[in-house]
Structures are given as structure tokens and as C-alpha cells.
Write a protein of this length. Structure first.
Length: 93
């Protein structure tokens, strides 16, 4: 596509010129990474989940929607967009 590098450079709002965009694209093309390498790197670099956060979320959920609340799952479903009652129950919201 003619003018593609100019279009890419414009997307950076003037922070990068066409020459630097082409140079970076070529250097990235030289690196041969496959999806499994990227996923492995993600798994290695990610931070471990903090169990204290999970505990706080669970306590807040119990406070907001106590188990003895009438129509508890319907109320939970109302605040979780895009999920059905059954999906919320399976997920354990």
C-alpha cells in the first residue's frame, strides 16, 4: 500500500518520523518470535496474585449480597453485565 509508513508515522502524533518507523519495523521483522514464546514470557513475567485481594473481594461480595438475601442471584445478575443468572452462579459471583 503506497504511503503506509507515512500513515503509521502519523498515528504516533509526530513523536516518530517515517524513517524511525521503518527502522523499527525492520528490526521487529528480524526477530523471530512465535506465539508460544510470547505466552511463555508473559507467564514468567507476570506477578503472582495477592491472596489478600481475593479475600477482600470475597468479603465485599458477602457484604453486598449476603447468602440469606431474597433473590440474591437475580440481584447479582443485575449488576454483572452480559451474564445470565446461571452463568453468575457457575462463576460464583
Amino acid at each position: 500500500m503506497p504511503g503506509r509508513w507515512e500513515t503509521v508515522a502519523e498515528a504516533f502524533s509526530g513523536r516518530h518520523k517515517v524513517e524511525s518507523v521503518v527502522k523499527m519495523a525492520k528490526s521487529m521483522g528480524d526477530k523471530k518470535l512465535n506465539d508460544s514464546d510470547l505466552f511463555s514470557r508473559f507467564l514468567k513475567d507476570r506477578k503472582a496474585a495477592d491472596k489478600r485481594v481475593d479475600d477482600v473481594i470475597e468479603k465485599e461480595r458477602e457484604n453486598a449480597f449476603p447468602k440469606d438475601m431474597a433473590m440474591r442471584w437475580e440481584k447479582i445478575t443485575a449488576v454483572v453485565p452480559g451474564r445470565s443468572k446461571v452463568a453468575c452462579m457457575k462463576k460464583g459471583y
